[in-house]
Design a protein around this ligand. Structure first.
Ligand code: GUN
Length: 280
């Protein structure tokens, strides 16, 4: 069994990105800039945003956190997004999710210029992804694909089972895996017998938000396991897969923490750099 070292791979890629950025700076260009909009005090979001800021520092990307209160109005968030859209020094921005229920998430995401959409969540960028056109890819699916490629894991012909159908992970990762020749099953809350599907998976991607939903008995021997979950249980971070059991049967597995999380952040920074190249 091989542990897929997302932390190490992401760190290496962030440092490489820093070298590319330094070359631009030596030519007299400005640094890339990522603006992060965070609304409220969700502890997981606070921690993700901190990780994104730290990684920006490793890569040499300027970043600014716009931290807004829980009771901010829709128009206040919209006018911040519009001013960042107009600012020529801002290459990318993200609206950290989830946001409070009184705010219309889809409208705010689509208010972000598609050319500054570092998360790849804008309807046009998602549409391009589904039509297999060049686009900014959503960070978690992109990070997962990069990690699999780093370990030379061939996707073609695999039976891939994805648990979770969100717009930010499950649905786009299904698209990317299918493009590389996997046969896809997407499971979700209404799936009748989850284990009957997961047991057939050569490649299992779990993004359910439920700690330890997937146990050893639900995994086909030799399967590749990608755990997107980050859950705090008794003060400890755990994934959606029971790592200790799963590692006894898997061929490859991502740990939590230090698996998919750092790869997501690296993909976000690489997206920001891609946008920067278009802007300078
Ligand atoms: N919340 C959980 N994952 C993500 C992500 O990739 N981007 C944003 N903006 N919010 C998230």
């Amino acid at each position: 069994m091989i542990i897929l070292d997302g932390f190490g791979v992401a760190n290496e890629r962030n440092k490489k990105l820093n070298q590319h950025i330094l070359e631009h700076i030596q030519k007299g260009n400005r640094r890339p800039h990522l603006s992060i909009i965070l609304i409220g005090e969700n502890p997981a979001s606070l921690s993700y945003v901190k990780g994104k800021g730290k990684a920006c520092e490793v890569a040499g990307i300027d970043h600014k956190l716009h931290h807004l209160p829980d009771d901010v109005t829709f128009n206040e968030v919209l006018s911040l997004i519009q001013s960042l859209n107009k600012n020529p020094n801002v290459d990318g921005m993200i609206l950290q999710l989830p946001i409070p229920k009184h705010l219309d998430e889809n409208t705010l995401i689509d208010a972000i210029s598609k050319d500054k959409d570092a998360d790849g969540f804008h309807v046009i960028n998602q549409g391009n992804l589904y039509q297999k056109k060049p686009t900014i890819q959503p960070a978690t699916p992109k990070g997962i694909m990069t990690l699999l490629a780093h370990y030379n894991i061939s996707i073609s012909g695999l039976d891939a089972v994805i648990v979770g159908r969100s717009n930010i992970v499950g649905f786009p990762v299904a698209r990317l895996l299918m493009d590389q020749g996997a046969t896809i099953t997407v499971c979700h809350r209404q799936t009748k017998d989850l284990a009957s599907h997961t047991r057939k998976a050569d490649l299992l991607v779990v993004a359910s938000g439920k700690p330890h939903l997937v146990t050893k008995d639900m995994i086909k021997p030799g399967a590749i396991i990608i755990d997107v979950g980050v859950n705090r249980v008794d003060g400890k971070l755990v994934g959606d897969v029971d790592f200790e059991g799963a590692k006894e049967v898997a061929s490859y597995i991502t740990p939590v923490p230090r698996g998919v999380g750092p790869m997501t952040i690296n993909a976000l920074l690489e997206n920001t750099y891609e946008l920067y190249l278009k802007h300078i």
